[in-house]
Ligand binder design. Structure first.
Ligand SMILES: [Ca+2]
Ligand SMILES: [Ca+2]
Ligand SMILES: [Ca+2]
Length: 240
C-alpha cells in the first residue's frame, strides 16, 4: 500500500507554517495547524493547546458523541463496517498500523459522505473553544478543512491534495490532524473530501491559556528595558 505523500496545499504554505507555538493567543487572526501525521494523542501538534491538554478528546470509543458537541453529516460507526472502520491507530492500545480487532464498540469513528463532508459545532456551556481540531482518517480526493467563528463568519478554508492512500481498509499512515486556534472563539469546524465517504476521529477542543507577547512586543519591551538601563548608567549633569 503506498504511503501517503506530502499534501499539496492549494493555499499559501506560509500561512499554515505560521503555526508558531506560543504566539497564537496574542494573534487576532486564526492560526491553522496541519495537515500533520497523527497516530495517537501524542501527535497533537506542539503548542496547539499551549502546552496543555484538550478539554475534550472525542475518540468515539464509548459509542456516543459528547454532549458538548453536535455533529452534522454523519454518525458514529462502532458496530458496522468491521474491518474497514478507520479509527485512530492508538485507539486499540497499540500503534501498529491498524486499529483492531474491530469488534463491537472498538475502533469506532465518525462516518459520513465525503461530499458535503462532516462538521462539529460546540454546543456546550461556557466560552467557545479557542483551539478546535480533528483527525481525518479516510476518504478520497481533495480534502478541504474550514472553520467558523462565533457569529458564523468564516475563519478560513483550505484544500489539500495527495493525502488519501486510495485504500478503504483502515490504513493509518495517511491519517492527518487538522485544526486551528482563534482567540475570538471557534463555533464549528468542517471537513470534506471530493469523492467517496469520509471518516474522522479524535474530534477535540480546548482553551488557550497563556497570552504570550508577539515578537514585535518583545522587541519593544527589550528596547524599553535598554533605555531604562542607559538612563540609569548615564552621568547626571551637575545642577547650576
Ligand atoms: Ca476511535
Ligand atoms: Ca493500533
Ligand atoms: Ca486511514
Amino acid at each position: 500500500m503506498p504511503r501517503s505523500t506530502q499534501p499539496t496545499a492549494l493555499v499559501t504554505a506560509a500561512l499554515m507554517a505560521s503555526a508558531v507555538p506560543g504566539l497564537a493567543a496574542a494573534s487576532a487572526a486564526p492560526i491553522f495547524f496541519g495537515p500533520s501525521a497523527y497516530l495517537s494523542p501524542a501527535d497533537i501538534p506542539a503548542g496547539f493547546y499551549h502546552g496543555g491538554s484538550p478539554t475534550l478528546l472525542e475518540t468515539f470509543e464509548d459509542g456516543s458523541l459528547d454532549a458538548s458537541l453536535q455533529g452534522s453529516g454523519g454518525s458514529i460507526i462502532s458496530v458496522s463496517f468491521a474491518g474497514i472502520r478507520d479509527s485512530v491507530d492508538s485507539d486499540d492500545g497499540t500503534i501498529d498500523g491498524t486499529c483492531g480487532p474491530q469488534t463491537a464498540g472498538r475502533c469506532a469513528s465518525w462516518f459520513g459522505n465525503g461530499v458535503p463532508g462532516v462538521g462539529f459545532s460546540f454546543v456546550g456551556s461556557g466560552a467557545l473553544p479557542t483551539a478546535f481540531g480533528l483527525v481525518w482518517t479516510d476518504g478520497f480526493g481533495t480534502i478541504t478543512f474550514s472553520a467558523k467563528g462565533a457569529d458564523g463568519q468564516s475563519l478560513g478554508s483550505f484544500s489539500f491534495n495527495g493525502i488519501p492512500d486510495g485504500s478503504a481498509a483502515a490504513t493509518t499512515a495517511e491519517d492527518r490532524f487538522f485544526g486551528l486556534q482563534f482567540a475570538g472563539g471557534i463555533q464549528s469546524i468542517q471537513i470534506s473530501n471530493s469523492s467517496g465517504g469520509i471518516e474522522v476521529d479524535h474530534v477535540q477542543y480546548g482553551q488557550m491559556t497563556a497570552a504570550v507577547p508577539e515578537p514585535q512586543q518583545w522587541v519593544l519591551l527589550l528596547l524599553g528595558l535598554a533605555l531604562l538601563a542607559w538612563r540609569k548608567l548615564s552621568p547626571t549633569p551637575p545642577r547650576s
